[in-house]
Design a protein around this ligand. Structure first.
Ligand SMILES: NS(=O)(=O)N[C@@H](CCC(=O)O)C(=O)O
Ligand SMILES: [Ca+2]
Ligand SMILES: [Ca+2]
Ligand SMILES: [Zn+2]
Length: 324
């Protein structure tokens, strides 16, 4: 569990309890499902929020996922904030109500439960990033989930082949059960060949950035990402940045990443996918372990961007005034 001073953060059991509470309190608009099990056998919760939630309605779908990286605990709080925002705001806030009534929202609060639990084991932080899967044959553990996706896997020196590396991409794409499960869920949202999930945010910490594809190349346009699409990504990214004060940029301007989730979500499934790097900007302001006192402010900071993404999900091109 977390160090006592940081008990404001939710560990795995507390996160699950929070989600169970929400499912009990809001059965009409929230369903608690499962993506499957992590490597060590922990359930990976999947939350669905919508009106008539038990029905698969013909409404644009949105995906918010968090905690691919174990030490980035603020992202679990971000996912729990979204659950709270949509449920408590429904029927009270007109903007939230309209989104819940016209969209199907999927939230994955914890992509890496094994890594997260290991990172806080013994009541101290281990600065752990990866999952907890054995790799290689020297007793090492950990695949970097955000290098294990199957678009341009290990293509471009944007990850490491070394099992002990923090950015070890794994022996093959989707080697990690955690990335397999989210891949399989996203693929299951193809109905008559059309991907129902239209847009998404993958939450990370830290640096306060809004990132869009591609990460594998510094080219602004490339195969599967044309000029209008680049313009749409950048326009939406800048709009999000205006609302939360983060810095908007193409993911590769940070550094080249290959096998990232947003490159796969976009290139393989046509999903308008962004990575949000949350608070803080620098190690001096807490790095991966900011005090629990910042949780409320730093999660609420992304309310407007999260809602705006959902509002554009019927037609992202509206952001550049282009018809579908
Ligand atoms: N959260 S983080 O690991 O420090 N940065 C992310 C950036 C993701 C990206 O560039 O697409 C990563 O390297 O996977
Ligand atoms: Ca619905
Ligand atoms: Ca649907
Ligand atoms: Zn990360």
């Amino acid at each position: 569990g977390f160090p006592a001073a940081d008990s404001g953060y939710h560990d795995y059991a507390e996160m699950q309890a929070e989600l169970d509470k929400a499912a009990k309190a809001y059965p009409k608009i929230l369903q608690k499902l499962s993506l499957g099990k992590s490597y060590e056998g922990r359930d990976m919760p999947l939350i669905k929020i919508s009106d008539n939630v038990a029905k698969d309605e013909n409404e644009p779908e949105i995906l918010y996922d968090a905690h691919q990286h174990a030490r980035e605990h603020l992202t679990v709080e971000m996912a729990l904030y979204l659950v709270k925002m949509f449920t408590e705001g429904y029927g009270k806030d007109s903007r939230i109500t309209r989104i819940v009534d016209t969209r199907e929202i999927w939230i994955v609060p914890d992509m890496n439960p094994d890594g997260g639990e290991y990172d806080v084991s013994g009541g101290k932080y281990h600065s752990w990033r990866k999952n907890r899967q054995p790799v290689g044959n020297g007793g090492y553990k950990g695949v970097d989930l955000n290098r294990n996706w199957g678009y341009k896997f290990a293509c471009c020196d944007g990850s490491s082949p070394v099992v002990s590396s923090e950015t070890y991409h794994g022996p093959s794409a989707f080697f990690a059960p955690e990335t397999q499960h989210l891949r399989d869920f996203v693929l299951s949202r193809r109905v008559n060949g059309v991907q129902q999930i239209k847009a998404g945010i993958d939450f990370h910490t830290y640096s306060e950035l809004i990132l869009w594809p591609y990460g594998y190349t510094t080219q602004t346009t490339a195969a599967g990402l044309n000029g209008d699409q680049q313009k749409t990504f950048a326009t939406l990214g800048k709009a999000f940045a205006k609302s939360n004060g983060y810095t908007p940029e193409q993911s590769s301007s940070l550094y080249i990443t290959d096998g990232s989730i947003i490159d796969w979500l976009w290139a393989n499934q046509g999903i308008w996918a962004f990575t949000f790097e949350m608070y803080p900007t620098t190690p001096g302001k807490g790095g991966f372990y900011p005090p629990a006192s910042v949780i409320n402010r730093e999660t609420a900071r992304n309310q407007d961007a999260s809602l705006t993404l959902a509002e554009y999900a019927d037609c992202a091109y509206r952001a550049i005034k282009k018809e579908q």
